[in-house]
Design a protein around this ligand. Structure first.
Ligand SMILES: Nc1ncnc2c1ncn2[C@@H]1O[C@H](COP(=O)(O)OP(=O)(O)OP(=O)(O)O)[C@@H](O)[C@H]1O
Length: 256
């Protein structure tokens, strides 16, 4: 399938927040310059508070830069849009809708459900919840609910998929399965994916690029292209080299 023709630019983007407790400000992001394209899978890693989620929220249009510009295909991002879909660490489902209706929700809202019912079936199969289709979110485990939240965002094939630690709360087995499922869907749709993760292996396993950030002020310290074919072998020498490079950038490099 052709790559989604999307270019996202962050141009000298800074974001400050006023602190509630005193007159100080937090420099969550300082002059971020990035150009990202459809077909890329961007992993964002860095210590707590370096501004990873802030970048996603700016791209989603949930917040605005203090200075600088965020633009998609040259158009400044001013508000949220279904073309830029966000998945949070905590699943956000509609409690009054069944699993099946939660998944179909965005297609329905965009008037695209008719003729696309098979897509809902496919998504149910992908997450292995066909037999839970008529259950409500309150009846699901945390991992199941997150799988539903994920495919609910993926189904409308957004140009930009924003993943804020979507797999953080899952057990290791489900997590690895979901990594492959997300990659499969991303590969088929060739959208621009941006994923925040605290797991360096996950960042390398999934990303075409790993962007390493540091805090105070939030900034990019490395932008590393992962030039390995999928599926990647977590134990290969190249993988281990990438891991060491990223851990060094995160100041976790030990003597070898
Ligand atoms: N709405 C807000 N009001 C005030 N400060 C905020 C707000 N949102 C973020 N911040 C501050 O901005 C900085 C960056 O936050 P952000 O959530 O982007 O970091 P992060 O890298 O995603 O962290 P974590 O890995 O812990 O999720 C932090 O110091 C945070 O306290």
């Amino acid at each position: 399938m052709a790559e989604k023709n999307v270019t996202l630019k962050l141009e000298r983007v800074s974001k400050s927040f006023a602190k509630v407790e005193n007159d100080e400000v937090t420099h969550a992001l300082n002059e971020i310059d990035l150009t990202l394209n459809g077909g890329e899978f961007i992993s964002l890693v860095g210590p707590s508070g370096c501004g990873k989620s802030t970048i996603l929220r700016l791209v989603a249009g949930l917040i605005h830069p203090t200075t600088g510009r965020v633009a998609v295909n040259g158009n400044e991002v001013r508000e949220p849009s279904p073309e830029r879909s966000m998945v949070f660490q905590k699943p956000t489902l509609f409690p009054w809708l069944t699993v099946e209706k939660n998944i179909a929700f965005s297609l329905k809202m965009q008037g695209k459900l008719k003729g696309n019912e098979e897509k809902v079936e496919q998504m149910l199969r992908v997450i292995g919840l066909e037999s839970f289709r008529r259950d409500y979110p309150g009846q699901l485990s945390g991992g199941m609910a997150q799988r539903v939240a994920l495919v609910r965002s993926l189904i409308s094939e957004p140009d930009i998929l924003l993943l804020d630690e979507p797999l953080g709360a899952l057990d290791a087995f489900t997590r690895m399965n979901m990594q492959d499922e997300i990659l499969k869907i991303w590969h088929e749709n060739q959208q621009l994916a941006m994923m925040v993760t605290h797991d360096v292996d996950e960042a390398i396993y999934m990303g075409t690029r790993v962007i390493v950030m540091d805090a105070n002020p939030g900034r990019v310290v490395a932008d590393i292209k992962i030039e390995e074919e999928y599926p990647r072998d977590r134990s290969s020498a190249v993988f281990v080299e990438y891991r060491n490079e990223i851990l060094n950038r995160l100041h976790f490099g030990g003597r070898r």
